[in-house]
Every structure is written in C-alpha cells, then in structure tokens.
Write a protein that binds this ligand. Structure first.
Ligand code: ADP
Ligand code: X2W
Length: 304
C-alpha cells in the first residue's frame, strides 16, 4: 500500500539526501534509546492545524524509534473560549486562572474531555497509540491548594486566594509506567487530585515539570512562542545554569510568563529530570530538531 502523501519526505530532497539525513540521526537515536521524554504542549500551539498535525507525527515518530514520550498538554485558550460561550469572565493573577467551584467542572470538561482526546488523537492518527488521561487518574498528580503571593515582596503580603488552583505535592507515576510498558503514549491533562476528592486546576507547565521530575525524564521539552530564553541583548541563550537564570530574573531580563517557566525547569532538574529545554513551538518539527540535530534550537537548562 503506498504511504499517504503526508508521510512522504519533502520532494525537495534527493533520495540520497533523505538517506543521509536518516543515517545522521543514528548517534542521537542511540543516545535517547529507551529514554523518557516529557513534552509540554501548550494550548496556543494546538490552534494551528498544520503545526498540530506535524506535532502529532513527531511524537509518534519518537515512539516508533524507541523513545518513550509523555505529553502533558495545556488548553488555556480552549478554556477561555468555553468560558466566553458560558458568559463567564476569567481573572488571572500572575498568569494563573482564578478558579471557583463552578469553573473547575467546566475546566475539567475542557481539559480532560475535549483537549485531552484531541491531542491523543493527533498522535494516534499518525500511527502510534496514545491514551489520554488526566492528572487525577491513578492519582498521578496529587495536589493541594496553591498558596500564592503576588510576585515581588512575599514577606509583606497576604496570600491571594485563587480557589481551586493546585500545586503538585506528590506524583504517582505508576499509571504512566503501565502505559509506557504496554507500548502506549500517555497524554496528560493538567488536573490534580486533592486529598478529599477535590479537583485542582494546575498550570500545564507546572504539571509537566512535576511529571518530568518524577519519571526522571532525560529531557523536559517546553514548547512556547519564543526561540528560547533571551538574554539582555535579545539573543537566545543556548545553555542556562540555575545561577545565570537567577541573575537574569533578578536583573529583570527574564520577565512575565518566562519566570515560572524557567523556575519550573529548574525544579524539574532538581527533582530528577536530566535537563529541560525551552523551545519554539511555532517551528515545525521543533522536538525533532532538538533531539536529533547537533545545534539544538532552544535553551538547555541543567542543574548546576
Ligand atoms: N528573557 C526572556 N526570554 C524569552 N521570553 C521572555 C523573556 N522574558 C519574558 N519573556 C516572555 O515570556 C513569554 C513566554 O511565556 P508565556 O507567555 O507564559 O508562554 P506560554 O503561553 O507558551 O506558556 C514570551 O512570549 C515572552 O514574551
Ligand atoms: C491554574 C491555571 O492557570 N491553569 C491553566 C491550565 C491550562 C494551561 O496551563 O494551558 P496553557 O499551557 O495552554 O496555557 C488555565 O486554567 O488556563
């Protein structure tokens, strides 16, 4: 049976060139064989259909060459769209959605119902079987209410009540190992299981970092909308240590959503992940470029 058009390599390359590219991947395939790679896939990246299909195929490819990918997805824009339909306005504090009791049910429905199945489907459609679960399944992400202080002077502030926004306290990776052991790709919605059965809304970066640390991933790939962490001159930093990250945050060169992203990466490597990479999710095949080429395109974050 001929392969569908979408699976064929670019016809801009000669067959010799295509073979050379495959052969060139050998050292990288050997390096990551059997390793676990956690990929954070954000809600914005899913909106563009071509890019989403490419992402699904790349994750399937990783599995087919012997790597164990785990995808943790977001869904912020998809939750916003549903809230708009329901006439509910979301409020954010430092990028975190204030989540009341009524909202958490809607958020669970969007994240672990719609988005989770869409992401799993993208991958399964490309020929590797993916299974969608949420952080509540198998008590994967055990969480408690996040005590949040507005960025800055924590010592002189009152904690802000964000409702059912959770912080992971423990990750129980057995369900992930069971799926990986069966040759499947886990796709995880960022929800947490509380002690009393309550549901928590967890920022997807945070959830991905917690999972990556717990499974001692060889890479945590954080897909975002910039080429990586940029320095004070706007130039991409290829490799960032914890000390340098702290300096850039302190001097105000890393700001906004990049602060928690970098902090999550640092936590993940402290917890057991080998390294984390902040990558441009707008670039097609960004995960393959990172794992299978010499000059990885993003910012690599390692422990000191
Ligand atoms: N030093 C920096 N390097 C790169 N991006 C930065 C930096 N400081 C702040 N940012 C901002 O962080 C944003 C990424 O964080 P965020 O918007 O939360 O990402 P996502 O929605 O992908 O999770 C970038 O789009 C950029 O505007
Ligand atoms: C607490 C909190 O803010 N949770 C996020 C969860 C989804 C998310 O993080 O999605 P992206 O990665 O697409 O932004 C939210 O409610 O939007």
């Amino acid at each position: 049976m001929p392969l569908p058009e979408e699976f064929l390599a670019s016809d801009k390359l000669s067959e010799q060139e295509q073979a050379a590219i495959l052969a060139g991947a050998l050292p990288y395939l050997r390096r990551y064989a059997g390793d676990t790679i956690v990929v954070k896939y954000g809600g914005h990246a899913m909106v563009e259909n071509d890019l989403a299909a490419t992402f699904g195929r790349d994750i399937a490819l990783l599995k087919l060459v012997g790597i164990n990918p785990i995808v943790v997805h977001g869904g912020g824009p998809q939750i916003n769209a549903m809230m708009k339909r329901l006439g509910v306005e979301s409020q954010f504090v430092d990028g975190l959605r204030v989540t009341d009791r009524e909202m958490i049910d809607v958020i669970e429905m969007v994240l672990s119902g719609t988005v989770n199945k869409q992401v799993a489907d993208l991958i399964s459609h490309a020929g590797a079987l993916a299974v969608g679960i949420s952080g509540r399944d198998g008590r994967l992400i055990q969480a408690e209410r996040l005590v949040h202080y507005r960025r800055g002077d924590a010592a002189h502030q009152e904690a802000i009540d964000l409702g059912f926004v959770g912080t992971p306290v423990r990750v129980e990776p057995r369900v992930l190992y069971a799926l990986l052991g069966a040759g499947l790709i886990p796709v995880v919605a960022p929800l947490g299981a509380g002690k009393e059965g309550e549901i928590y809304n967890i920022n997807a970066d945070t959830a991905a970092g917690a999972v990556a640390g717990a499974v001692r991933a060889s890479r945590l790939l954080m897909l975002t909308d910039v080429p990586g962490v940029l320095d004070e001159h706007g130039k991409r930093i290829e490799e960032l240590t914890a000390a340098e990250a702290r300096r850039l945050i302190k001097e105000g060169h890393i700001t906004g959503g990049m602060i928690p992203k970098v902090e999550t990466c640092l936590k993940a490597v402290q917890a057991g992940a080998k390294a984390a990479v902040i990558l441009d999710g707008r670039v097609p095949h960004t995960c393959l470029l990172e794992l299978f080429t010499r000059a990885g395109p993003g910012t690599l974050i390692t422990a000191e």
